[in-house]
Ligand binder design. Structure first.
Ligand code: SAH
Ligand code: SF4
Length: 355
């Protein structure tokens, strides 16, 4: 049997597998506690399992870390960016954003991204491959072991489109939320999507976390131009699917809106957003575009951003301006590309079924 990476398995999948090996289900819970609560780095540390059980587990599973740290950078605002190398030499980035009461980890779900949004550096790389569950959860495990305080929130807003790697993202969320594994509240986890409607519907059937929709345009013409996925899933379809998503108790749907100077930041655009969102229980984060070479847009002036916000607020829509964090180390939204050459040779890239 081919050796499997143990952290590729959600707690439920690990239990089924361990039962197939002829062991009792609670053995899986013991293993999870060792992996995620006691930071075990070898099976021999799992001393409440018999030598025989450990032997069986060792013969099928590998426990080695999947990431090698290459570089850690600290922004002047305290944001930390980590560059990791995977076993096949691909590279990914993760970001830690410290705030007053929160320590948010922004994790990657893919190497690159297939969606090609015109304002996003990851999009210019193209999709190289999906990350395995172990490669996603290891970002959390590595970084949390380095920090003085606990990570309080996790956002799937790093490299990649999480719903284009939905099975592994769901398995990761199960590891994060399971009491015998990391045990984080699902209210502290956010999946951000560019609007893969089939993925939103599927996620809703399987799991309840915070959902953030990257709207980024106020009408289909502009959205088609800046986010090609809109041609497949136009704005109305996207919003209709998002409002049906079962959020965790008392949480509201979030929209993200990257303001691109002269493209989607006019007074008319703000009124169009009001029309789209009126009557929906939601909040919207306005993100002034983070510039990065070779992206073809500019950041709007701040008075334009405030004016946009005011129009939304006057229509009773909760609109916050998201302070950009980590811009100086290219750690802000849309600036993650792990130093890949842009527009890499597409023959090497994985295709995505839904896109
Ligand atoms: N693929 C997912 C998650 C990763 S992108 C998604 O698109 O939602 C995370 C967020 O960064 C998204 O809201 C996206 O719109 C935003 N973003 C991308 N490029 C940006 C840029 N250059 N400046 C500001 N925000 C950007
Ligand atoms: Fe991919 Fe999100 Fe960037 Fe679009 S904004 S290219 S979906 S990572």
């Amino acid at each position: 049997m081919q050796v499997k990476k143990i952290r590729d398995f959600s707690p439920k999948k690990l239990e089924s597998f361990i039962v197939e090996l002829g062991e009792k289900p609670f053995r899986a819970r013991q293993v999870c506690k060792w992996l995620y609560q006691k930071d075990a780095v070898s099976f021999d540390e799992m001393t409440d399992l018999s030598i025989e059980t450990r032997g069986k587990i060792k013969s099928v599973f590998d426990i080695e870390p999947t990431l090698k740290i290459i570089e850690e950078q600290k922004s002047t605002d305290g944001t930390l960016k980590y560059l990791f190398e995977l076993s096949d030499s691909n590279r990914i980035e993760s970001v830690i954003i410290p705030e007053k009461k929160r320590l948010t980890l922004c994790i990657s779900s893919q190497v690159g991204c297939a969606l090609g949004c015109k304002f996003c550096l990851t999009g210019t790389v193209g999709k190289i491959r999906n990350l395995d569950t172990s490669e996603i959860i290891d970002q959390y495990l590595f970084i949390s072991s380095k920090l003085p305080g606990p990570i309080t929130n996790i956002v799937f807003m790093g490299m990649g489109e999480p719903l284009d790697n939905i099975e592994r993202v769901i398995d990761t969320i199960e590891i994060l939320t399971d009491k015998n594994a990391i045990g984080m509240s699902s209210k502290r986890i956010t999946v951000s999507t560019s609007g893969l409607v089939s993925g939103i519907n599927e996620l809703g059937k399987r799991i309840s976390v915070n959902l953030s929709i990257s709207l980024n345009a106020s009408n289909d013409n502009t959205r088609n131009e800046v986010m090609p996925i809109n041609k497949k899933y136009p704005i109305r379809k996207l919003i209709n699917s998002a409002v049906k998503y079962p959020l965790p108790g008392r949480k509201t749907l979030t929209f993200e809106y990257v303001l691109l100077k002269g493209v989607n930041d006019s007074v008319k655009n703000a009124h169009e957003v009001v029309e789209l969102l009126k009557g929906i229980n939601c909040k919207i984060n306005l993100i002034p575009f983070n510039e990065a070479y070779p992206l073809p847009y500019n950041t709007p002036e701040m008075n334009r951003v405030y004016e946009f916000q005011k129009i939304l607020e006057n229509a009773k829509i909760n609109a916050k301006i998201r302070k950009s964090r980590g811009r100086d180390i290219l750690g802000a939204c849309g600036q993650l590309a792990a130093k890949y050459p842009h527009k890499i040779n597409s023959r090497n890239k994985e295709q995505s079924a839904d896109i």
